[in-house]
Design a protein around this ligand. Structure first.
Ligand SMILES: [Zn+2]
Length: 258
């Protein structure tokens, strides 16, 4: 299990290492996972936490052609190690994108005891950014409203999603996004569960939402197509490790189709 307590580099000179290259490529580790045990950590590692009581650190390296994209790891890893991949990707992005103080422009210094960077000139601190998003399966009786974005692989349909805006509740974001993207008003909504989605730093809050009517009017920008699907005739769905797929599968089980 992954424990969120940062190992001190003074007390731990080695342990488990996750090696990450450019654009989130990750080196194969021991036991078909992403972690490799090393007696001595390389320079400039970034402590991440503890995996089954062994310290884990991230090492940013050049990488090579045998390293795999993070999405492939998330698809195949034993579920529990995906939390380390997600953490490592977001810490690497944070380190890269927050090197200077957003308030005064001075180079930031890393605080060792937590994921924080401090400006020694003006005192401003920054923390890894996490961007909350809603993701929602809209249903009407048994039927599912699925949509495709122009960015999706051909033929794939998914649930609706969008960022929560400043000052907005997650529930209001569900109602707003569904109406903006497909022109449907929703009635009852229910929170399902959340999932970290490290591309680059989303926290997906999964909801079910019941449509008040079936008429769809797509916005044509964020959404290229949307339609109602019967549980017996579904399009190509998102990958099994995504919360989107989990919302769909949960609904299908509830209506007796899985
Ligand atoms: Zn500053």
């Amino acid at each position: 299990m992954f424990r969120r307590e940062l190992p001190s580099l003074e007390h731990h000179s080695g342990g488990l290492l996750l090696r990450m290259g450019e654009e989130g490529l990750i080196a194969p580790g021991d036991h078909a996972g992403v972690l490799v045990e090393v007696a001595q950590w390389p320079d400039n590692v970034e402590p991440l936490g503890f995996w089954h009581d062994q310290p884990v650190a991230l090492s940013l390296e050049a990488g090579d052609e045998r390293w795999l994209p993070a999405r492939e790891w998330l698809a195949h890893l034993p579920g529990s190690q995906s939390v380390i991949v997600s953490t490592a990707l977001q810490i690497a992005t944070w380190q890269r994108d927050h090197r200077f103080c957003g308030r005064c422009g001075t180079a930031m210094q890393r605080i060792e005891s937590e994921f924080a960077m401090q400006c020694m000139t003006c005192g401003h601190r920054n923390y890894p950014r996490i961007s909350p998003c809603i993701i929602t399966l809209v249903t009407f009786g048994e039927d599912l409203l699925l949509a495709r974005s122009p960015r999706f692989p051909p033929g794939r349909y998914s649930t609706l999603a969008g960022f929560i805006e400043p000052g907005e509740s997650a529930e209001d974001a569900v109602r707003r996004e569904v109406f903006e993207e497909v022109g449907v008003h929703v009635g009852r909504i229910a929170f399902y569960r959340s999932q970290s989605w490290p591309f680059p730093h989303s926290l997906m809050l999964g909801f079910f939402a019941e449509a008040a009517s079936r008429r769809i009017a797509i916005d044509g920008v964020e959404i290229a197509d949307a339609a109602w699907y019967s549980p017996r005739h579904l399009p190509q769905l998102p990958p099994p490790y995504s919360i989107s797929r989990e919302l769909i599968e949960t609904h299908l089980k509830a209506v007796g189709n899985r």
